[in-house]
Design a protein around this ligand. Structure first.
Ligand SMILES: [Zn+2]
Length: 274
């Protein structure tokens, strides 16, 4: 049976078919390529991050052109190529037109796309990671607070790539974390108890409220935060912890966040020791 299968599938026609695959995805990056083509990076539901060529998509009459806008949710058909896959057809499922009208929304979408691009693996299915981006962009499209959405999205991308910070046991000595006097040690991968915090200059203090908010996001209750009145200091603390953590994992600056952050409050923040 097995032999027959290989004999049948080894015809030229079948080989051709197996080169083609379909998926749903979100365009996270796009740049011009050659005379009329575009190189498009898509975060997909079944194939992780995919870099593919959209041939002729910059021509005004292109069938692909209008269907590959940044942050749009699309259905794609692709053909595997030797170096790059080729997008053979694209259909818009969710245009996300509202979020593309405002600079602040575009910057948030661009920030999340940058994190996705850095943390999601190529051609490796990660449905959770795909869902993180879909939920974040949909929240933005619906006009929900992008600051809260961004913190949820940042945490969930860390979780989707296996880098979520430890929040319950001290990463220094293993002791269970109790409220009060704790630290967040980015390089060690999570919280430290008051004793370990006092001994390590790289540990930053973390407030009980920030720890509670991160734990809520970690157990999937981030959606509850939209209805809470979180004060600016607490939001800033959580942002600094998550951005510091992401920068340490990605090992580079987050470009969209730097612009966003300077627009939001006129300051940028550095990771300790960097
Ligand atoms: Zn400890």
């Amino acid at each position: 049976m097995q032999v027959e299968y290989f004999q049948v599938s080894n015809t030229g026609e079948s080989r051709q078919r197996s080169r083609v695959y379909r998926c749903e995805g979100i365009v996270i990056r796009r740049r011009d390529f050659g005379e009329a083509d575009r190189l498009v990076t898509v975060l997909t539901d079944d194939h992780g991050k995919v870099r593919a060529l959209a041939k002729g998509s910059r021509r005004t009459k292109s069938r692909l052109g209008g269907h590959l806008e940044p942050y749009a949710r699309v259905r794609l058909m692709l053909a595997r190529g030797r170096n790059l896959d080729i997008i053979t057809s694209a259909q818009v499922l969710e245009p996300m037109t509202h979020l593309r009208r405002e600079e602040r929304s575009i910057l948030y979408a661009s920030h999340w796309s940058e994190i996705a691009d850095q943390l999601m693996a190529e051609s490796e299915q990660n449905r959770f990671g795909y869902g993180v981006l879909v939920r974040a962009l949909t929240s933005l499209e619906l006009g929900r607070d992008p600051v809260i959405t961004s913190r949820i999205c940042e945490w969930e991308f860390l979780a989707a790539s296996g880098f979520q910070p430890e929040l319950f046991q001290c990463t220094g000595c293993g002791r269970q974390i109790e409220p009060g006097g704790n630290g967040m040690h980015i390089e060690a991968g999570g919280v430290v108890c008051p004793q370990c915090h006092a001994l390590d200059p790289l540990s930053r203090a973390i407030s009980n409220d920030a720890l509670r908010v991160l734990r809520a996001i970690g157990r999937g209750d981030g959606g509850l935060l939209y209805d809470r009145q979180l004060n600016d200091d607490l939001l800033k603390e959580i942002e600094q912890l998550l951005i510091g953590y992401l920068r340490s994992v990605i090992e580079r600056d987050l470009q969209a966040w730097q612009i966003l952050s300077s627009l939001e409050d006129g300051t940028t923040w550095g990771t300790p020791g960097h």
